[in-house]
Design a protein around this ligand. Structure first.
Ligand code: PXG
Length: 290
């Protein structure tokens, strides 16, 4: 028996899990989503992810026809059904089926989709040696136009940046705001460490308020570090002691090089390694058990 996918309260075999070509999620990227992980039958920060999903929905004036409590139940039930202990969870709410026009009023019912699958981990080499990233020309979406705090189904801004990185021979892109400040990477937030200060760009600049980001900031505060949400520039990264990225899929990945310029001493920093260790501990306690 293959994996089962939840669509609007029903379960379908992976190959049978299909939605209409008239769904505005497909036609316009009109919808929101979350990427979540579970560790040893604990859904990491599930409540925080569900809160952000509903906030994204509010941002696009979309009603989710399910309470947060029932959404959490549905995620847990899907994981149990698929007998997954360590999973990658994709929670999607589209505007639903409408006609070929933009008008969201034509979409009477939101489509709720829960996909759970085995997690594909990043190569261990990245965590041991650190990642080299590159600045790309495409700026992050202007928050006044489409706020990156809305985790919407339209990821073309990030995909264009990713293509630019790949075309230059790199796996990850550093994106800037339209004003030239450091924003984030295509699917990860960025941090630097300078003189025992942990610094990350403020969310109001137009970045996704990452759940891993918040967790790492908590861990650092508890460890006695000074944590700052401050504007940072490329110069701040070049002259940082350490640098790393955070995200649900990546967790914490050290960055040792930006635009062929070495950061710190060209290997994962001591504080970064310690935060990675503490983060692993958090994944064993901070979540919803199933
Ligand atoms: N910025 C952006 C633009 C993201 O899409 C993050 C930061 C990190 O947020 P969290 O809440 O995950 O700490 C994201 C999240 C993937 C993948 O498959 C990407 C994300 C999440 C899950 C999977 O690349 N991005």
């Amino acid at each position: 028996m293959g994996l089962k996918v939840y669509i609007n309260g029903e379960y379908f075999e992976k190959d049978e899990a299909k939605i209409s070509v008239f769904d505005h999620g497909l036609l316009y990227g009109d919808g929101v989503f979350e990427g979540i992980r579970s560790y040893d039958r604990l859904v990491f920060k599930l409540e925080e992810h569900v809160d952000r999903l509903y906030e994204s929905s509010q941002g696009i004036m979309q009603n989710i026809p399910l309470s947060k409590k029932d959404m959490i139940k549905a995620v847990v039930e899907t994981l149990k059904l698929n007998k997954l202990d360590n999973a990658y969870i994709r929670l999607i709410v589209t505007r639903g089926v409408g006609d070929l026009g933009l008008d969201p009023r034509k979409c009477k019912f939101a489509s709720i989709i829960i996909i759970t699958d085995n997690i594909k981990l990043y190569p261990e080499k990245l965590y041991k040696e650190g990642l080299a990233i590159i600045t790309v020309p495409t700026p992050r979406n202007m928050p006044e136009a489409l706020n990156p705090q809305i985790k919407s189904l339209n990821y073309l801004n990030n995909i264009l940046a990713k293509i630019e990185a790949i075309n230059s021979g790199y796996e990850e892109a550093l994106m800037f705001t339209a004003h030239g400040y450091v924003a984030e990477c295509t699917g990860d937030n960025i941090f630097i460490i300078k003189n025992n200060n942990l610094i990350t760009p403020p969310a109001y600049l137009g970045i996704l308020k990452g759940i891993t980001r918040a967790c790492v900031m908590d861990i650092a505060k508890k460890a006695g570090m000074t944590v700052k949400e401050e504007i940072i520039t490329r110069h701040n990264i070049f002259t940082a002691d350490e640098c790393f990225l955070t995200g649900t899929a990546a967790e914490i990945i050290p960055v040792v090089c930006l635009d062929k310029r070495t950061i710190g001493d060209n290997k994962p920093g001591k504080i970064t390694l310690n935060l990675m260790k503490e983060f692993r501990k958090a994944t064993k306690t901070d979540g919803v058990k199933y």
